[in-house]
Design a protein around this ligand. Structure first.
Ligand code: G3P
Ligand code: CA
Length: 236
Protein backbone atom coordinates (compact mmCIF):
# COMPACT_ATOMS: atom_id res chain seq x y z
CA UNK A 1 0.00 0.00 0.00
CA UNK A 2 1.42 3.37 -1.05
CA UNK A 3 1.68 6.19 1.48
CA UNK A 4 1.21 9.87 0.62
CA UNK A 5 2.19 12.52 3.16
CA UNK A 6 -1.06 14.43 3.63
CA UNK A 7 -0.28 18.18 3.46
CA UNK A 8 3.33 17.00 3.97
CA UNK A 9 4.21 15.48 7.33
CA UNK A 10 1.44 17.60 8.83
CA UNK A 11 1.38 15.67 12.12
CA UNK A 12 4.82 17.04 12.98
CA UNK A 13 5.48 20.11 10.83
CA UNK A 14 3.16 23.00 9.91
CA UNK A 15 0.89 21.69 7.16
CA UNK A 16 1.47 22.61 3.52
CA UNK A 17 4.88 24.18 4.16
CA UNK A 18 8.30 23.42 2.70
CA UNK A 19 9.26 22.07 6.15
CA UNK A 20 6.44 19.51 5.97
CA UNK A 21 7.33 18.52 2.41
CA UNK A 22 11.05 18.10 3.14
CA UNK A 23 10.09 15.92 6.13
CA UNK A 24 8.00 13.77 3.78
CA UNK A 25 11.02 13.20 1.53
CA UNK A 26 13.14 12.31 4.59
CA UNK A 27 10.43 9.86 5.69
CA UNK A 28 10.60 8.23 2.24
CA UNK A 29 6.91 8.79 1.59
CA UNK A 30 5.81 7.51 -1.81
CA UNK A 31 4.13 10.83 -2.44
CA UNK A 32 3.27 14.24 -1.09
CA UNK A 33 -0.23 15.71 -1.19
CA UNK A 34 -0.93 19.44 -0.90
CA UNK A 35 -3.59 22.01 -1.73
CA UNK A 36 -3.37 25.03 -4.00
CA UNK A 37 -5.37 28.24 -4.48
CA UNK A 38 -5.11 30.91 -7.13
CA UNK A 39 -4.71 34.32 -5.47
CA UNK A 40 -3.59 37.59 -7.04
CA UNK A 41 -2.13 35.88 -10.13
CA UNK A 42 -0.14 33.31 -8.10
CA UNK A 43 -0.67 29.67 -7.16
CA UNK A 44 -0.13 29.35 -3.44
CA UNK A 45 -0.02 26.26 -1.26
CA UNK A 46 -2.56 26.37 1.55
CA UNK A 47 -5.61 24.32 2.51
CA UNK A 48 -8.27 26.72 3.78
CA UNK A 49 -9.98 29.65 2.05
CA UNK A 50 -9.42 31.55 5.29
CA UNK A 51 -6.03 32.38 6.78
CA UNK A 52 -6.94 32.04 10.46
CA UNK A 53 -6.31 28.34 11.18
CA UNK A 54 -2.85 27.90 9.68
CA UNK A 55 -1.25 31.34 9.53
CA UNK A 56 -0.67 34.48 11.57
CA UNK A 57 -3.18 36.28 9.34
CA UNK A 58 -6.96 36.37 9.31
CA UNK A 59 -9.79 36.64 6.83
CA UNK A 60 -10.31 35.40 3.30
CA UNK A 61 -7.26 34.51 1.23
CA UNK A 62 -8.63 36.21 -1.86
CA UNK A 63 -9.03 39.53 -0.05
CA UNK A 64 -5.23 39.73 0.28
CA UNK A 65 -2.52 40.59 -2.19
CA UNK A 66 0.28 38.12 -2.80
CA UNK A 67 2.71 40.52 -1.08
CA UNK A 68 0.48 40.62 2.03
CA UNK A 69 0.22 36.83 2.13
CA UNK A 70 3.99 36.48 1.98
CA UNK A 71 4.35 38.55 5.16
CA UNK A 72 2.45 35.92 7.17
CA UNK A 73 3.84 33.13 9.31
CA UNK A 74 2.56 29.75 8.12
CA UNK A 75 4.17 28.02 11.13
CA UNK A 76 7.66 27.82 12.67
CA UNK A 77 8.49 31.11 10.94
CA UNK A 78 7.98 29.80 7.40
CA UNK A 79 6.02 31.54 4.66
CA UNK A 80 3.07 30.28 2.62
CA UNK A 81 4.90 28.68 -0.31
CA UNK A 82 4.10 29.05 -3.99
CA UNK A 83 3.58 25.99 -6.15
CA UNK A 84 6.82 26.84 -7.94
CA UNK A 85 8.77 26.86 -4.68
CA UNK A 86 7.35 23.49 -3.64
CA UNK A 87 8.22 21.97 -7.00
CA UNK A 88 11.74 23.35 -6.67
CA UNK A 89 12.04 21.75 -3.21
CA UNK A 90 10.74 18.27 -4.03
CA UNK A 91 10.64 17.75 -7.82
CA UNK A 92 11.34 14.14 -8.82
CA UNK A 93 11.97 13.03 -5.22
CA UNK A 94 8.52 11.44 -4.97
CA UNK A 95 5.06 11.60 -6.53
CA UNK A 96 3.53 15.06 -6.17
CA UNK A 97 -0.26 15.14 -5.76
CA UNK A 98 -1.48 18.69 -6.30
CA UNK A 99 -5.04 19.13 -5.07
CA UNK A 100 -6.73 22.01 -6.89
CA UNK A 101 -8.93 23.85 -4.39
CA UNK A 102 -9.39 27.59 -4.96
CA UNK A 103 -9.21 27.63 -8.74
CA UNK A 104 -11.48 28.35 -11.69
CA UNK A 105 -11.23 26.77 -15.13
CA UNK A 106 -9.69 30.03 -16.43
CA UNK A 107 -6.82 29.58 -13.93
CA UNK A 108 -5.69 26.25 -15.39
CA UNK A 109 -3.33 27.97 -17.83
CA UNK A 110 -1.36 29.37 -14.85
CA UNK A 111 -1.01 25.84 -13.49
CA UNK A 112 0.18 24.51 -16.85
CA UNK A 113 2.66 27.40 -17.13
CA UNK A 114 4.10 26.57 -13.70
CA UNK A 115 4.36 22.84 -14.48
CA UNK A 116 5.83 23.44 -17.92
CA UNK A 117 8.42 25.77 -16.41
CA UNK A 118 9.33 23.13 -13.79
CA UNK A 119 9.68 20.55 -16.56
CA UNK A 120 12.10 22.82 -18.38
CA UNK A 121 14.09 24.17 -15.44
CA UNK A 122 13.92 21.34 -12.88
CA UNK A 123 13.56 18.49 -15.39
CA UNK A 124 10.28 17.67 -13.64
CA UNK A 125 8.95 14.38 -14.93
CA UNK A 126 5.18 14.73 -15.44
CA UNK A 127 4.88 11.00 -14.63
CA UNK A 128 5.46 12.10 -11.02
CA UNK A 129 2.55 14.58 -11.05
CA UNK A 130 -1.01 13.72 -10.04
CA UNK A 131 -3.63 16.48 -10.28
CA UNK A 132 -6.70 15.97 -8.11
CA UNK A 133 -9.83 17.91 -7.22
CA UNK A 134 -13.31 17.73 -5.80
CA UNK A 135 -14.17 20.10 -8.68
CA UNK A 136 -14.77 17.59 -11.44
CA UNK A 137 -15.36 20.34 -14.00
CA UNK A 138 -11.73 21.38 -13.50
CA UNK A 139 -10.51 17.82 -14.02
CA UNK A 140 -12.58 17.52 -17.20
CA UNK A 141 -11.11 20.78 -18.51
CA UNK A 142 -7.57 19.61 -17.74
CA UNK A 143 -8.10 16.32 -19.57
CA UNK A 144 -9.45 18.16 -22.62
CA UNK A 145 -6.50 20.54 -22.73
CA UNK A 146 -3.62 18.38 -21.48
CA UNK A 147 -4.48 14.66 -21.40
CA UNK A 148 -0.88 13.75 -20.49
CA UNK A 149 -1.50 14.63 -16.84
CA UNK A 150 -2.68 11.90 -14.46
CA UNK A 151 -5.89 12.86 -12.70
CA UNK A 152 -7.21 11.92 -9.27
CA UNK A 153 -10.98 12.29 -8.90
CA UNK A 154 -11.91 13.16 -5.35
CA UNK A 155 -15.09 12.25 -3.53
CA UNK A 156 -16.22 12.74 0.05
CA UNK A 157 -19.22 10.48 -0.63
CA UNK A 158 -20.04 6.93 -1.71
CA UNK A 159 -21.66 7.58 -5.13
CA UNK A 160 -24.53 5.43 -6.39
CA UNK A 161 -22.43 4.30 -9.37
CA UNK A 162 -19.36 3.85 -7.21
CA UNK A 163 -16.25 4.89 -9.21
CA UNK A 164 -18.03 5.48 -12.54
CA UNK A 165 -17.61 9.27 -12.20
CA UNK A 166 -13.82 8.84 -12.06
CA UNK A 167 -13.78 6.65 -15.15
CA UNK A 168 -15.92 9.23 -16.97
CA UNK A 169 -13.27 11.82 -16.10
CA UNK A 170 -10.51 9.58 -17.55
CA UNK A 171 -8.86 9.63 -14.16
CA UNK A 172 -5.87 7.54 -13.15
CA UNK A 173 -7.10 7.22 -9.58
CA UNK A 174 -10.12 7.82 -7.40
CA UNK A 175 -9.53 9.43 -4.01
CA UNK A 176 -12.23 8.67 -1.46
CA UNK A 177 -12.78 9.58 2.17
CA UNK A 178 -11.99 6.87 4.73
CA UNK A 179 -15.48 7.09 6.27
CA UNK A 180 -17.24 5.81 3.14
CA UNK A 181 -14.77 3.59 1.31
CA UNK A 182 -15.87 -0.05 1.24
CA UNK A 183 -14.94 -3.30 -0.50
CA UNK A 184 -17.63 -2.84 -3.20
CA UNK A 185 -16.24 0.57 -4.10
CA UNK A 186 -12.67 -0.75 -4.33
CA UNK A 187 -13.74 -3.69 -6.50
CA UNK A 188 -15.75 -1.42 -8.80
CA UNK A 189 -12.85 1.03 -9.16
CA UNK A 190 -10.38 -1.76 -9.91
CA UNK A 191 -12.71 -3.23 -12.52
CA UNK A 192 -12.71 0.20 -14.17
CA UNK A 193 -8.89 0.24 -14.14
CA UNK A 194 -8.61 2.90 -11.43
CA UNK A 195 -6.30 3.05 -8.43
CA UNK A 196 -8.00 3.72 -5.09
CA UNK A 197 -6.35 6.18 -2.71
CA UNK A 198 -8.05 6.91 0.62
CA UNK A 199 -7.86 9.98 2.89
CA UNK A 200 -7.06 10.51 5.73
CA UNK A 201 -5.76 7.30 7.27
CA UNK A 202 -3.55 7.40 10.37
CA UNK A 203 -4.94 4.90 12.87
CA UNK A 204 -3.77 1.27 12.93
CA UNK A 205 -7.36 -0.01 12.82
CA UNK A 206 -8.12 2.08 9.71
CA UNK A 207 -4.88 0.99 8.00
CA UNK A 208 -5.83 -2.62 8.74
CA UNK A 209 -9.26 -2.14 7.13
CA UNK A 210 -7.67 -0.49 4.06
CA UNK A 211 -5.41 -3.49 3.67
CA UNK A 212 -8.32 -5.93 3.99
CA UNK A 213 -10.45 -4.17 1.35
CA UNK A 214 -7.44 -3.82 -0.98
CA UNK A 215 -6.95 -0.08 -1.41
CA UNK A 216 -3.84 0.96 -3.34
CA UNK A 217 -2.75 3.92 -1.27
CA UNK A 218 -3.51 6.16 1.68
CA UNK A 219 -2.99 9.77 2.64
CA UNK A 220 -1.46 9.91 6.12
CA UNK A 221 -0.53 12.91 8.28
CA UNK A 222 2.39 10.94 9.67
CA UNK A 223 3.71 8.71 6.84
CA UNK A 224 6.51 7.19 8.93
CA UNK A 225 4.05 6.07 11.62
CA UNK A 226 1.68 4.76 8.96
CA UNK A 227 4.52 2.74 7.40
CA UNK A 228 5.36 1.26 10.83
CA UNK A 229 1.71 0.25 11.28
CA UNK A 230 1.71 -1.30 7.83
CA UNK A 231 4.94 -3.22 8.48
CA UNK A 232 3.41 -4.53 11.71
CA UNK A 233 0.34 -5.79 9.80
CA UNK A 234 2.49 -7.31 7.03
CA UNK A 235 4.38 -9.36 9.61
CA UNK A 236 1.20 -11.04 10.83
O1 G3P B 1 -6.61 14.90 -1.28
C1 G3P B 1 -7.11 14.18 -0.20
C2 G3P B 1 -7.58 15.07 0.92
O2 G3P B 1 -6.57 15.98 1.18
C3 G3P B 1 -8.85 15.80 0.58
O3 G3P B 1 -9.39 16.48 1.67
O4 G3P B 1 -9.84 18.49 3.01
O5 G3P B 1 -7.77 17.22 3.42
O6 G3P B 1 -8.02 18.57 1.35
P1 G3P B 1 -8.72 17.74 2.39
CA1 CA C 1 -6.01 18.07 0.31
Amino acid sequence: MLIFAHRGVSAIEPENTILAFRAACTANAYGIEFDIHHVDGQLIVIHDRYLDRTTSGSGLLIEHTFAQLRQLDAGKGTIIPTLGEVLTAVANQCVINIELKGMEIEDISILFKCLDNAKKVLKLNFKNILLSSFNHHLLQAIYRQRPEFSLGALTAALPLNHAKFAQQLNAYSVHIVVDYVCAEFVLDAHQRGLKVYVYTVDKLSDIKRMKVIGVDGIFANNPKQAQLHLNQLNLK
